[in-house]
Design a protein around this ligand. Structure first.
Ligand SMILES: NC(=O)c1ccc[n+]([C@@H]2O[C@H](COP(=O)([O-])OP(=O)(O)OC[C@H]3O[C@@H](n4cnc5c(N)ncnc54)[C@H](OP(=O)(O)O)[C@@H]3O)[C@@H](O)[C@H]2O)c1
Length: 264
């Protein structure tokens, strides 16, 4: 792949772990100028050190994507680091492990805040900047859960479906001619995501799902995201069995509900 991100300024949320961390390392190898965002400074600093082995430019931005003030100030701080933003990667997210019937509305709201309103607020905060420079690229890490409902993830599925609707609208309205928006839908990827998953009790799930452990290696996922960024595709699925399930949903819905019900 030709390195098109050399010197480009890229803001990645959720860059302290999993997919965000891996993508940051790949972009560091392209010598991009990186801004790594998440809530935990210590883990961000560790990723920053790893990135600095490849690129001379890497900054840390401590920001909770559910806090509107922090997001608005964080967006302005991000622009100040290098004088511009070329690419925004909306990646920060939290999943869920609880049956719909047991899940309080407050937990659903929390899932919507992180997975939906976070990307919406940050995108809204940066769109004027993209308009001013008449260009930009937005990558949205959605999920196969944004295309179909799985058990144990009611609020997560809802938030990711909302992301699909919101950013597909941005793609159709296309308010800035050279603004490229890509929706990425991963299936299960082997990351620590289930440890912090929201449960009915409010306690984090605290362990790795066996299904998650058998997921696509995170390095493979990050490579596919980088390729999608290069090709500026509108929608990219990074999945194995979830693709078949989606196909069933479209063409054999009876089978879809039978199979999906058994998943967790
Ligand atoms: N792993 C999968 O199977 C999978 C599949 C489909 C889609 N995805 C999506 O991929 C994205 C990354 O997931 P991952 O698997 O890499 O998970 P992960 O390893 O748990 O990483 C999640 C990242 O989000 C950050 N984060 C969480 N809540 C935040 C908040 N309120 N404000 C700011 N940052 C926050 C975390 O850092 P802090 O805790 O320090 O804030 C961390 O850096 C998510 O959007 C997820 O929904 C993952």
């Amino acid at each position: 792949m030709i390195k098109i991100y050399t010197d480009k300024v890229i803001l990645i949320t959720g860059a302290s772990s999993g997919i965000g961390r891996e993508l940051a390392l790949l972009l560091a190898k392209e010598k991009a100028r990186l801004i790594l965002a998440a809530r935990n400074r210590e883990t961000l600093e560790a990723v920053r050190s790893a990135c600095l082995a490849h690129t001379p430019h890497c900054e840390v931005l401590v920001m909770d994507v559910t806090n509107e003030t922090q997001v608005n100030e964080g967006a302005q701080q991000a622009i100040r680091f290098f004088g511009k933003i070329d690419v925004l990667v909306n990646n920060a997210g939290v999943t869920q492990r609880s049956k719909l019937i047991d899940t309080p509305v407050s937990a659903v709201r929390q899932l919507m805040e992180v997975n939906f309103f976070g990307p919406v607020m940050l995108t809204k905060a940066l769109l004027p900047h993209f308009r001013e420079q008449q260009s930009g690229q937005i990558i949205v890490i959605s999920s196969m859960a944004g295309l179909m409902g799985y058990p144990w993830r009611s609020g997560y599925n809802a938030a990711k479906h909302a992301l699909q609707g919101y950013f597909e609208t941005l793609q159709t309205e296309q308010p800035i001619p050279r603004l490229y928006t890509t929706l990425i839908c991963p299936g299960r990827i082997h990351t620590p995501i289930t440890y912090a998953a929201i449960t009915a009790s409010g306690e984090p799930y605290g362990k790795m799902d066996p299904g998650q452990a058998k997921g696509i290696p995170v390095a493979v996922c990050a490579q596919r995201i980088l390729k999608a960024m290069h090709t500026r595709k509108k929608l990219v699925l990074i999945a194995r069995e979830e693709r078949i399930l989606l196909w069933f949903k479209r063409f054999f819905p009876v089978l879809f509900y039978l199979i999906a019900r058994k998943g967790n």
